[in-house]
Ligand binder design. Sequence first.
Ligand SMILES: CSC[C@H]1O[C@H](OP(=O)(O)O)[C@H](O)[C@@H]1O
Ligand SMILES: Nc1ncnc2[nH]cnc12
Length: 323
Amino acid sequence: MSAHRTEKTETAQLPHSFSEPVTLAIIGGTGLYHMASLEPVARLTVSTPWGFPSSPITISRTSTGFPIAFLARHGLHHDLLPTDVPSQANIAALKSLGVKVIVAFSAVGSLQEHVSPRDFVIPNQIIDRTKGIRPSTFFESGFVGHVGFGEPFDKKLGELIYNTCKDTIAPQKLHSPATEKKDTLLICMEGPAFSTRAESQLYRSWGGTVINMSCIPESKLAKEAEISYQMICMATDYDAWNVNEEPVTVETVVSNLKANGENANKLATTLIPALEKALVAGEIGNDLKDTSKSSISTNPNAVTRQLLEKMHFLFPGNWPAYK
Ligand SMILES: CSC[C@H]1O[C@H](OP(=O)(O)O)[C@H](O)[C@@H]1O
Ligand SMILES: Nc1ncnc2[nH]cnc12
């Protein structure tokens, strides 16, 4: 895929550890395998109770020294199917570094005429059309919890991203609840094959704005891990709903990927300082604190040592003493 580029420092020996907390992370999707504006200072291989993440996590610093983590969702060489992305490990690994805010990029199909390929969409709602075959929770039998998912994205973070993006992106190319005056609805399908025309038309009848294969379970796991999460969608195609056009193929997607990757990198140069400022001021990243704790149904005294150990990876010191 032409969008694959190597980091300047890829061959250089980078430290495999980083001792400071990293509060901001970017997850790159299709066509975004590193952030061109960021120079890595460390490359971490993080082992979690849910396995290894999709890729090593690179840590970079802004001009003020603020650290940022970057993770490639499908691996550095895009060798993971959407179904096989190890989202539990990805989110758990970022959480273990201290991450409080994740901005996730995704290549999406447009379900609306006015959302053109190469436009940006900030979604605020999701309909889950995955097939229940992806591990989608940190909870399990023996340690049962139910977090709220009514607002799958962090509203404050979404608004901050919108307010920053609107100064860099032409108004007609940026779509958010503020511009649409209604929900911006992201449909998440299983894949890897794209939708049929009938499915695509069904999603339009539901009010779908865009479609991808990757916001579930990533967004759900971020919520369980108490991490503020917002996806930034970059349209690459018109999916399959338009009877006057050929349904989406990977060729269509790829033809817009390079531009989208470049646009995402451009956007990041203004977005990252804004996120840094808001994080340092404590304005974002704290709203979900302790929400998981209060979502537990299982009697704490009945939880086994093994399960508590897993939970302590996500929330060190936050759970009751071992049985
Ligand atoms: C190559 S087109 C389908 C692929 O693109 C999107 O990936 P991502 O969300 O990681 O940018 C979509 O979700 C599919 O996985
Ligand atoms: N049409 C589409 N459907 C699902 N995921 C996509 N990613 C990019 N285009 C897509």
